[in-house]
Design a binder for this molecule. Sequence first.
Ligand code: SF4
Ligand code: SF4
Length: 130
Amino acid sequence: MKSSDIFKCKKCGDCCKGYGGTFVTEKDIITIAAYIKADPEQFVADYCRMSGKKPVLAQGKNGYCIFWEGQCTIHPVKPRMCKAWPFIESVLIDVNNWHIMASSCPGIRIDVPGSLVKECVKKELSKNHN
Ligand code: SF4
Ligand code: SF4
């Protein structure tokens, strides 16, 4: 089974709203800061909030990611997590997360055995080592 068999993005933007926060890696911070012409520390201060010890992208008043304006305004440099979605590590930790994510992402198919979902996630993660 191919990854495209279990996920097809419907471009609804729902994943850019709510859903527990988008983590940014050190590399994301440097790349996005450069893209928006900000200092990395200033970028974290102005565009992120802390979730525990990790920075996540802040949300605007509308509940959407601070970089959402009808579409992603940092698309070429969007965080690793956004590029990888929905093929992310937490699905390997607990495949139930796939179902939880599906409740906010109409592109995710849930009528697929967990073992196949994990197989696809592993395959996609192995392609995305950034
Ligand atoms: S919620 Fe899912 S289907 Fe909608 S834009 Fe995000 S990834 Fe695509
Ligand atoms: S960075 Fe872009 S793709 Fe990621 S949550 Fe924000 S608006 Fe959505």
